[in-house]
Design a protein around this ligand. Sequence first.
Ligand code: TMP
Length: 213
Amino acid sequence: MAGLFITFEGIDGCGKSTQAARLVDALRAAGFEVVSLREPGGTAISEKIRALLLDPANAEMADECELLLYEASRAQLVRQVLEPSLARGAIVVCDRDDDSTYGYQHGGRGLDEDLINTCNALGSCGLDPDVTVIFDLAPEVALSRATKGGADRLEGEGLAFQHRIRAAYQRLAEKEATRVRVVDADGGVDEVYARLVACLSDVLPQLRDGEGN
Ligand code: TMP
């Protein structure tokens, strides 16, 4: 496809949403058409699925139901927004994608890796990111930040869950070293953003010029 598909990943509270917003602003200022998305979400149907997934009242949700709801939300987003955006040449910045399913439903929940990969192929309609950035931060720091205003259903799973997710992300980064890059998310917003710009310098050299680096 003509555009560029960038995804941001990490455990809850790692700061990736702040960094995504900043990247989107910088790219727009540089004159690019940028589509900013999040998963689960990004379409009317996907946002309804998101509400179901994050609602702490749905504590009885089975792991398989959770997996399929994430994939359903994703498939709708891909068909309705992602594919048309990339086809017309936009840069898409998506806050989470199917690597979150690998991290949370495989790493966190313990669902079988092959099953996750099969479901991800369906949910993503075969569309993989060009570049993925994992923001890595100690779960102790990240989770307390994420749950300051109250915990959603996933955040309510606690610290050990976040440790398993982080380990799964680390395995993924080792397996797919070209696409998946890891940025140290420990530090202030400006400091982490500078690391992000450096990490994307091969695919978006314009960002460096914009930062005056
Ligand atoms: P967030 O967008 O605010 O990070 O919330 C989404 C939550 O859903 C977050 O806890 C990660 C989780 N999640 C999964 O468990 N699997 C997935 O495939 C995705 C996209 C998110």
